[in-house]
Design a protein around this ligand. Structure first.
Ligand code: N01
Length: 545
């Protein structure tokens, strides 16, 4: 089987490649490294941003910080990268993560095969040539045997279509497309819409300099303190000495973090002991809070104990009882929506310059030249509006690539009723297209670098297998896709996750989006075993020819 060692150009100017990867975040960077440097393929990465980093390139909003602990939020495949990088804090802030990803890009010499400022607008499969023809916004064309999307799960910003936005006389920004030069809130009246993980990180930071911050909350959210702190030399040394054990935990747990989920159930202990466990976890901080009991996401009664604990904390922290009630009036199980962690979020509502508006009780009617008008007619003035309104998650970034498979079948048509694929990796009708952390894989329910490394390595092994056996095409079978969709649904139904009716996991935050629970909730360890088994059985469920 021949490989195009260097990028050839057809007479019409199309660059001929073995593989095109779309996106240069964690996943695109690692996929480039494995295909180019391990398999020797000619690869072109196309990236809309002007630098590497993906989600961390775009999300530069105040307070942007990772909720995974730094020593677990990095690549694990290279001992050299692990040895030569030092994290400074328990949770890395956006600038540090971008520095890290640039360090990786330098070390692996990745940038020479990334075309920045290049947005893909179409990708068409040509069956007669068995090639993907990729077109960019600027009209450039690339042709490749393999097309790999590395576009992330949370990359397409959701700016709700409020009437009158264009009439607003002030400035407005979405957190996921934040200006690189930053935004100066000093002395400004700011309205922030949205209280998800992003909004909860941004509120305390914006409140520090704004004249006044009005937070518009539609769905109240649980949040646990992050307890961010600088890392000690001792901890850093310990991490460097224990990578094998740390990575074993990360690869063996449900959610890819460096802590284990406790073996006990919530009612294995009495009320006093349970409260002591929650108090200790609250003091320790972080996403570990949900790992206190193994039935936290499967038993409503168990979940209620955590939910009540956090609601009680909110009422204790927030001094104004009416504000506390709006924040604590949470109607979904704890962690059924992605649980945020925070730095002084609830305490920020005790500041004189911060107020909370319940826009579920009184929805936003319109944006006016001077601010926001609610349905009751109440007006809120603003110089700056911050949209912390999330993303068209998981499918949005794939659908906007304009992908068309065999016989003119568009991905939009194939996924009309919601995403349907096999293992979250391949879609029937779209040969040689791989979707890293696609819907139907654990992705957002897992510490992302762990999910990404597993997908990239599986795809790399798969392509090596195809090449080694002179196989031209791999494509998910219809029956296997139907079965997988059923497994994804069953895995979700076995948990409390679908009970959060406003969750972006279900597509509920985007009007008109099909309500389908998108990520695979069966756990990363189980998913990894399934993928390995499929490969070992000669790629069972895929058509190879
Ligand atoms: O987005 P969200 P996010 N009117 O969709 C509200 C990851 N992340 O950017 O819940 C009024 O969670 C919406 O209300 P509702 C993480 O996985 C990771 O905060 O739809 N409000 C909600 O309050 C996270 O889950 C890190 O009713 C409207 C908010 O806007 C994911 O990104 C850090 C509205 C959106 O919350 C997304 O988080 C930050 C409307 N029309 C984020 N439309 C890390 O640590 C939406 N809202 C790695």
């Amino acid at each position: 089987m021949t490989s195009l060692a260097t990028n050839a150009r057809a007479t019409d100017g199309t660059a001929e490649l073995d593989a095109v990867i779309i996106g240069a975040g964690f996943s695109g960077m690692y996929q480039l490294h494995t295909l180019r440097d391990r398999l020797g393929l000619s690869v072109q990465v196309l990236e809309a941003g002007e630098g590497v980093g993906g989600t961390w390139y775009w999300n530069r909003y105040p307070g942007a910080r990772c909720d995974s602990e730094s020593h677990s939020y990095c690549f694990s495949f290279s001992q050299e990268l692990l040895n030569d990088w030092e994290w400074s804090e328990r949770y890395p802030a956006q600038p540090e993560i971008i520095r890290y990803l640039n360090f990786v890009a330098d070390r692996l010499d990745l940038r020479r095969d990334v075309k920045f400022g290049t947005r893909v607008v179409a990708a068409d499969y040509d069956e007669s040539r068995n090639r993907w023809d990729v077109t960019t916004e600027a009209g450039e064309r690339f042709s490749a045997k393999y097309l790999i999307t590395a576009v992330g799960c949370l990359s397409t910003t959701n700016v709700p279509k409020f009437e009158g936005l264009e009439s607003f006389a002030g400035e407005w920004y979405h957190t996921g497309a934040w200006p690189h030069e930053g935004v100066d809130f000093t002395g400004k009246r700011v309205i922030q819409i949205g209280t998800g993980s992003t909004g909860i990180q941004a509120v305390p930071v914006i409140a520090e300099t704004a004249a006044h911050l009005t937070v518009m909350q539609r769905t109240p959210q649980f949040s646990v303190p992050a307890r961010n702190t600088p890392l000690t030399d001792e901890f850093r040394r310990w991490v460097k000495e224990h990578y094998p054990e740390i990575h074993e935990v990360m690869r063996g747990t449900t959610n890819g973090h460096s802590f284990r989920i406790m073996e006990r159930n919530a009612f294995d202990v009495d009320d006093d002991e349970r409260m002591a466990i929650y108090e200790a976890a609250w003091e320790k901080g972080g996403l570990q809070f949900r790992a206190n009991f193994k039935d936290m996401l499967t038993s409503k009664a168990a979940n209620d104990t955590a939910a009540e604990f956090i609601k009680h904390k909110i009422r204790q922290i927030v001094k104004d009882p009416a504000t506390a009630e709006k924040l604590a009036n949470i109607d979904h199980p704890y962690a059924a929506k992605r649980p945020p962690i925070d730095t002084n979020y609830f305490d920020t509502y005790n500041r004189d310059n911060v107020s909370l508006v319940d826009v579920r009780a009184d929805p936003i009617a319109a944006i006016t030249p001077t601010g926001i008008r609610l349905q009751s007619g109440a007006e809120h003035a603003a110089d700056i509006i911050v949209f912390a309104t999330g993303f068209d998650a998981m499918t949005g970034s794939l659908l906007r690539l304009g992908i068309t498979g065999r016989d003119g079948l568009t991905l939009a048509k194939a996924w009309e009723a919601g995403p349907r694929n096999y293992l979250g990796l391949q879609v029937a009708g779209f040969p040689n297209l791989f979707t890293i952390t696609g819907p139907g894989s654990p992705s957002v329910l897992c510490n992302m670098p762990v999910a990404i490394e597993q997908h990239v390595e599986w795809i790399t092994d798969c392509i090596a297998h195809l090449r080694g056996h002179e196989i031209e095409r791999i494509e998910a079978r219809d029956e296997a896709s139907d079965e997988w969709v059923q497994q994804v649904n069953e895995a979700a139904r076995a948990t409390l996750l679908p009970e959060a009716h406003s969750s972006w996991y279900l597509g509920a935050n985007v009007p008109g989006k099909p309500r389908v629970f998108m990520p695979y909730a069966g756990g990363m360890a189980r998913y990894r075993a399934i993928c390995d088994e499929v490969a070992a059985r000669d790629y069972e469920g895929f058509e190879l020819n």
